[in-house]
Design a protein around this ligand. Sequence first.
Ligand code: BGC
Ligand code: BGC
Length: 842
Amino acid sequence: MNSHNHILRRAVLAATATLALGINAVAAPAAKPLTDWPHITSAVKQDKAMEARIKQIVAGMTLAQKIGQMTQPEIKFSTPEDIRKYYIGSVLNGGGSWPQGNKHASAADWVKLADAYYDASMSTDMKVQVPVIWGIDAMHGNSNMYGATLFPHNIGLGAAHDAKLIGEMAKSVAKAVRATGIDWVFAPTLAVVRDDRWGRTYESFSEDAAIVKEYSGVYVKGLQGDLKSDNTVVATAKHFVGDGGTAEGKDRGVNQSTMSEMINIHAQGYYPALEAGVQTVMASFNSWNDVKGGKDHGKMHGSKELLTVALKEKMGFDGLVVSDWNAITEVPGCAEDSCAAAINAGVDMVMVPEKWKPFIANTIAQVEKGEIPMSRIDDAVTRILRVKLRAGLFDGKKPSQNIYAGKQEVLQDRALARQAVRESLVLLKNNGGVLPLARGKKILVVGKSADNMANQSGGWSLTWQGTDNKNSDYPVSDTILAGIQDAAGKDNVTYSENAAGVDVSKFDAVIAVIGETPYAEGDGDIGPAGTLRLSGRHPEDLAVLQAVSGKGKPVVTVAITGRPLYTNDLLNLSDSFVAAWLPGTEGKGVSDVLFRKADGKINADFRGKLSFSWPKSACQSPLNVGDANYDPLFKYGYGLNYSSKTTVAALDTSYPEGGCGKSLAVPIYNPTDRSTYALYVTSGDKRVALGADLNAVHNLPTVKVETAQINTQQDAKRLTWTGPAKLEAQSSKAIKVPAYALADGALQFDAIVSAAPQGKVSIGMETVALDASTVFQKLAGKGKQTVKIPLACFGAKGLPLAALSTPFSVAADAPFAATFANIQVVGGAAKDKDALACGDFK
Ligand code: BGC
Ligand code: BGC
């Protein structure tokens, strides 16, 4: 943890760095760190006539019309007729959601649907028709669209240190979004990520607020322009605030910053964004517990102090606050379809993808009962109308009347994206000056990511997690292999994914393209017991480098990654090593830099510099520039070029086998942690694996199993027993339990018991079962409870705990209903005050 003074010093350094880069240091602090939320003057001013018009429209609206305006359903769950009937103010499409579920929908198909929603919103029985606004996650290009150019993810853009490029990219994205009939973009992400185990690290420009601050205003200006022309969209600064600062990098977790860290690190990107006139801000899933300051602010979505006092009053934001996907559920006392607390806290537009109908009914009732004051509703609707008026939505043009509408070619901006790729690459090692490679030589290309658009694009690409995509889903793109073939001459290039049976001596050089596979929110988190070791999660990468290294031919490794990782073993096996981040569709941007020109001259030099510190050891997280004992392998700002003489010596490749015992849990079942054990249910002679499909419902003779939520979306399984059945977490071979988890360890899980057991319920580890009937009787009807059973209770019955193949099972023999999540073995938990005693199991 940084000391307070250290943070302040960083803030000063950050401000200085911004000046040094020649960017206007806007409202953010110059030399002095902030002590409170600053007032920001927006470039978009209020207009008297417009404000009067808004007042008049709001005065003529019924309560149902107002609540409809505040509601944002998802396109899969709302038809144009719904928009008309319920006066819906906005729709969104989630990641991996397309018109008619067609992944290959054309720009024209999107526009057709946008027109249908627009026409519906213009044919209501309202006194004044209010056009609907459509929001989309165009995060690195219009990235949910078939045929669109994908730019590098933000982490690569941060390494490029090129604010001008960001502005150009944003302009290009605005047009690409207009081409699909959409007028609102949920970007830029302004997270300053401080623990790279977070699965959204790649959505962040930098661990240093200076870069985020340098880019945010330019990005917003690029998207919004004058808010009137055909090439402009409404932008969103997200996620407010502190998303990049959660403990252990946990998605939707707890940010434990002090006030000074919050305003001088995490909020830095918002000041230039607000100054540039960003019209919407998305609230963040995380909560904020200022431990040192003694103040627990709770979930952002329920925090009036943050959403209203800080953002709207102190900073003077007059646009709209949108909630995140179903995020109202996480506010205490709220549900997916009901949350007076979030609206009272300052959320204006509520993203309720699915359960929007009951949400509207519940919210109307809450206003009628006085739980939400009408003045709050009027303020929310005023803000929504203000944004729509400013964005020219009332100008009478259908989405299809925009000059870019339906033009497939507007989705592409290949040269600009290719430039961004070139600029984003960071050269970490180039021993012996192996790079740049000469053209015309025999090149062996290996590695799983050389010819894989899904891997090189990462999450938020056509689909939400970036998974389930094939090269053919990217009709206008080049893989990195295609780029190499183009530069080296197709006949000179041989590709073998795993190098099996290849004679390396026949080639002049090897290029290995390896790295992480796609992930996004939740799924991408590295759990507290995990390490930063890339080859731990991807042993195939180590294997392929071992197959080609030490054969007398230079090995160039290109690492595709959403974050810095512990790669010492892979670095040792490579002569040159390039961090290529998640480059997107333009693979030729990579070969542009790796290869010389035909005449032997350098074609394009490396210019990327690390915007995130690169770890030296496997458990080195958090690791940030300015830390008291800052000791990275490659420091913030590092990056070689073709004039560098730096040699990287052989590195220590040790790592703790049991994982990073700093925090003490071994996840058994938690879908966001890619658990080691899989879940199975047995009922009579039927046994089924619950599998990865979270939407599947398993109806077995004596039990029904569904995906449910305890803490976060789809994190739990609900079992409804009608007779004897058993749920087990199991692996085919016994897995070693690290010593830190065994020390005073407990089997721990979250449970909601919705129907008390009518018979016997037992909890088991391996073959030992404890009678938990009384325990579950007591939990019935109490909502979420965390159950901790000391491992010693199992040990006392003779169970050896060092290695486990069935670390958890729950069996009932009669009707019983309960939901389970977060099943884990947690070191130290047996000593917690709320741990059960062995005597509770009789
Ligand atoms: C949607 C995403 C959304 C996510 C939230 C997914 O089903 O497609 O857009 O961010 O849910 O958990
Ligand atoms: C993500 C947001 C995204 C939204 C809509 C959420 O789960 O956190 O970044 O804009 O879904 O897809």
